[in-house]
Design a protein around this ligand. Structure first.
Ligand SMILES: NC(=O)C1=CN([C@@H]2O[C@H](COP(=O)(O)OP(=O)(O)OC[C@H]3O[C@@H](n4cnc5c(N)ncnc54)[C@H](OP(=O)(O)O)[C@@H]3O)[C@@H](O)[C@H]2O)C=CC1
Ligand SMILES: CC(C)(CO)C(=O)C(=O)O
Length: 336
């Protein structure tokens, strides 16, 4: 594939960070645009999009084409989504308007993605569609799992003000085809990320990366939302730390039953989490902003796929019930 046009659909914390890096590197030769909304969109239109990197003294600011109406943009060579899992379905028509023959769609996501079982050869559930993640199969039909390149982000980020994004660490991105092929498109997209100054690697086993990342998110994200604690505070509290370990074991058991391979132990995973620092998880950020929480891909799927694979997930079930109720109450008070 040749990439001459890129649209970042959902230019929030991570999508916005990627947009700034791509636009500041390729703005003259490649069209880079963003789909955003609300006060964030207004701020991007007025003052551009700014990125504070963890290791830089000054922010990068880019002026960039920004719209909330994707039909005003031409079809794209590459779409990169920075939407939360539950925001993808409602955006399916908008994304479809940007597709042409050969368009690839990089989906930056935490948790189990809607396309998970597409061309999966490990689980025994190839091509299973997950209605909880893709209600009515809209993404499957309108975007198509064959266009997707999976992306796991080991990068903390937050929209600190409209139009302004801050990264909490020097992170990295892992890209992989659902089929496991080390395709030419995969290498082209990874090369683009690398030339834009993003740390990136490619893998033939993207599902292993998904489960490895989910081991942390299934535990830390809902616990942080329920307690409003920073990652470091959760690690420092013996009872919460114990709960994190139990959830991590459940996630690992479900992932293993579906064919995932884990390269590190739970203890090593917990050690890695210690280095993330005093960050607010993306779920806590959403809670504090009165937004809907990304529960199904991060917690609901551990429970649901546990049932599919006959693996008990008792702690995740309790956390799921609690965080679901919290989400309802939070959104009720946000709309009052
Ligand atoms: N933030 C982090 O530290 C990390 C996040 N991740 C994962 O990456 C993914 C993206 O997360 P993150 O970057 O935090 O997400 P954000 O919530 O920061 O960004 C999503 C953006 O998309 C916007 N949006 C939603 N729907 C539409 C739409 N239909 N049209 C236009 N704009 C829309 C949102 O607007 P609005 O605010 O109005 O909803 C928001 O600005 C998630 O799966 C997350 O779990 C992974 C690693 C770390
Ligand atoms: C790793 C962590 C906790 C980084 O912020 C994350 O993935 C998230 O916030 O969703």
């Amino acid at each position: 594939m040749t990439i001459k046009s890129i649209c970042i659909y959902g230019a929030g914390a991570l999508g916005g960070a990627i947009a700034v890096k791509l636009a500041s590197r390729f703005g003259n030769d490649v069209t880079v645009s963003v789909v955003a909304r609300g006060a964030h969109l207004e701020a991007i239109r007025e003052g551009g999009l700014s990125l504070h990197e963890a290791d830089a003294d000054r922010p990068i600011n880019v002026r960039i084409t920004a719209t909330d109406d994707p039909t005003t943009l031409p079809p794209q060579d590459l779409i990169i989504t920075g939407l939360k899992g539950h925001q993808l379905g409602p955006a399916a028509e908008g994304m479809a308007a940007l597709l042409k023959d050969g368009t690839r769609v990089v989906m930056v996501l935490n948790g189990i993605p809607w396309w998970y079982f597409h061309r999966d050869t490990q689980s025994g559930h190839a091509e299973l569609q997950l209605d909880e993640l893709d209600p009515g199969g809209k993404l499957w039909r309108l975007v198509g799992p064959e266009r997707v390149i999976g992306c796991v982000a080991l990068q903390g980020a937050e929209v600190v003000n409209p139009g302004e994004i801050r990264l909490s660490n020097v992170g990295r991105f892992v890209l992989g085809e659902p089929s496991g092929e080390m395709s030419a498109d995969l290498e082209t997209v990874a090369g683009l990320f690398a030339r834009a100054g993003l740390n990136v690697s490619t893998t033939p086993r993207i599902r292993d990366e998904i489960w490895s990342k989910l081991t942390g998110n299934a535990a830390f994200n809902p616990i942080s939302a329920l307690t409003r604690a920073l990652m470091t505070d959760i690690m420092a509290d013996p009872a919460l730390f114990d709960m994190v370990g139990k959830i991590m074991n459940e996630v690992r058991a479900v992932g293993s039953a579906l064919g995932a391979k884990f390269s590190i132990t739970i203890e090593e995973r917990l050690q890695q989490s210690r280095h993330i620092g005093p960050v607010r998880t993306s779920m806590l950020q959403d809670l504090l902003a009165g937004k809907a929480l990304e529960i199904v891909p991060l917690v609901g799927m551990v429970v649901a796929l546990g049932r599919t694979a006959n693996v008990p997930t008792p702690v995740s079930e309790v956390i799921l019930a609690l965080v679901t109720q919290l989400d309802k109450e939070n959104q009720r008070s946000a709309t009052r």
